[in-house]
Design a binder for this molecule. Structure first.
Ligand code: SAM
Length: 280
C-alpha cells in the first residue's frame, strides 16, 4: 500500500499492465507518489477546481492530484495501454476522474470541464512547448485556465522565466510573462523518472494575470517575437525586415533602437512594437 492512497504502488501497476515506457510518446514516468503529491500541491488549492491533466500515463500525478483534493480531474492520454490502469484510479475516486483516450493536440478538453480550471501535467516533452504556447496565445484573455503547473526540461523552464539580456530570453519568456506570472517551483534530477531522461527537469507554475501586462494583439506579438529571435544575432531592423515594410520607422516609434538585438528588448517594448505593426 502506498502512502497517499489505497491503490497499489506504481511499479506494480506498470508491471501488471505491462506499461514498458515508449520513447516515441515521451514516456518518463514518476513513480514516487510522495513526489507526485508534492507536484500536485504546487498547483494550489484544487478543492474548488477542475484539473486538466495531459499525459497521465500510469497515473502517478493523477493520484497526487486526487489525493490532494482536486474536485475533478480530466486526464487526456494518447496511449491506450494506460487506460485500464487509469480506470482503476477512477474506481477508487468515484465521480472525480474522467479519462479521455486521445491526442491532447487534437481534442477539445474544455467541453468536459467546469471553471475554475487549473492545468497540471508531467508533459510529454515533444508537445510541451506547443501546448504552452497555445495556452498563452488565445485571442481573448483571461484564458480558460487559472494556473498551469507543468514539468519541462530544465532548459525550457529557464527559457520561460528568463529576463532580458540573458541567453535563455526569447519567445517563450515574452509570451509567458506578458500574460502570466511564471516561476520555477521545483527542480528534478533525471533519476526522479523511470526511465531517467538525459537531462534535468523543472516544474514551472504560471498564474494567469487578469489582463496582459501591456496591450498587444497575441498573433502580432507572437509573429514579431518569433521573427526577432529566429535571427537573434542580427540587428532588429534586419531580423524583422519581413515583418513590416517600414520596420525601421516602426521600431523607432516603439522606442526601440533599430540596431539593437532582440535579446536586449524588454517585454513592454515588444508590445509597443506589436501595436505599431498592427496599426501600420
Ligand atoms: N504523467 C505521467 C507521470 O508523471 O508518470 C506520465 C508522464 S510522461 C512524461 C508523458 C505522458 O504523455 C505519457 O503517458 C504519454 O503516453 C502521454 N502522451 C504523449 N503524447 C501525448 C499526446 N499527444 N496526447 C496525450 N498524451 C500524450
Amino acid at each position: 500500500m502506498s502512502a497517499i492512497d489505497s491503490l497499489p504502488p506504481l511499479r506494480e501497476v506498470i508491471a501488471s499492465h505491462q506499461l514498458s515506457a515508449r520513447k516515441s510518446l515521451g514516456q518518463n514516468f514518476l513513480l514516487d507518489l510522495n513526489l507526485t503529491a508534492k507536484i500536485a500541491r504546487q498547483a494550489g488549492d484544487l478543492s474548488q477546481c477542475d484539473v486538466l491533466e495531459i499525459g497521465p500515463g500510469p497515473g502517478g500525478l493523477t493520484r497526487g492530484l486526487l489525493s490532494e483534493g482536486a474536485r475533478r480531474v480530466l486526464a487526456v492520454e494518447k496511449d491506450t495501454r494506460c487506460i485500464p490502469a487509469l480506470q482503476e484510479i477512477a474506481a477508487a475516486y468515484p465521480g472525480r476522474l474522467d479519462i479521455l483516450n486521445g491526442d491532447a493536440l487534437e481534442i477539445d478538453p474544455l467541453t468536459h470541464l467546469t471553471p475554475p480550471i487549473r492545468v497540471a501535467a508531467n508533459l510529454p516533452y515533444n508537445i510541451g512547448t506547443e501546448l504552452l504556447v497555445r495556452w498563452l496565445t488565445p485571442n481573448d484573455w483571461p484564458p480558460f485556465w487559472q494556473s498551469l503547473t507543468l514539468m519541462f526540461q530544465r532548459e525550457v523552464a529557464e527559457r520561460i522565466v528568463a529576463r532580458p539580456g540573458s541567453k535563455a530570453y526569447g519567445r517563450l519568456a515574452i509570451l509567458a510573462q506578458w500574460r502570466a506570472e511564471a516561476r520555477i517551483v521545483l527542480s528534478l534530477p533525471p533519476g526522479a523518472f523511470t526511465p531517467p531522461p538525459k537531462v534535468s527537469s523543472a516544474v514551472v507554475h504560471l498564474t494567469a494575470l487578469p489582463a496582459p501586462r501591456y496591450p498587444a494583439d497575441a498573433n502580432v506579438l507572437s509573429r514579431v517575437v518569433a521573427a526577432a529571435f529566429n535571427q537573434r544575432r542580427k540587428m532588429l531592423r534586419a531580423a524583422l525586415k519581413g515583418v513590416s515594410p517600414d520596420i525601421e520607422e516602426r521600431l523607432l516609434a516603439a522606442g526601440i533602437n533599430p540596431t539593437e538585438r532582440a535579446e536586449q528588448v524588454s517585454l513592454e517594448a515588444f508590445c509597443n512594437l506589436a501595436r505599431q505593426i498592427a496599426t501600420s
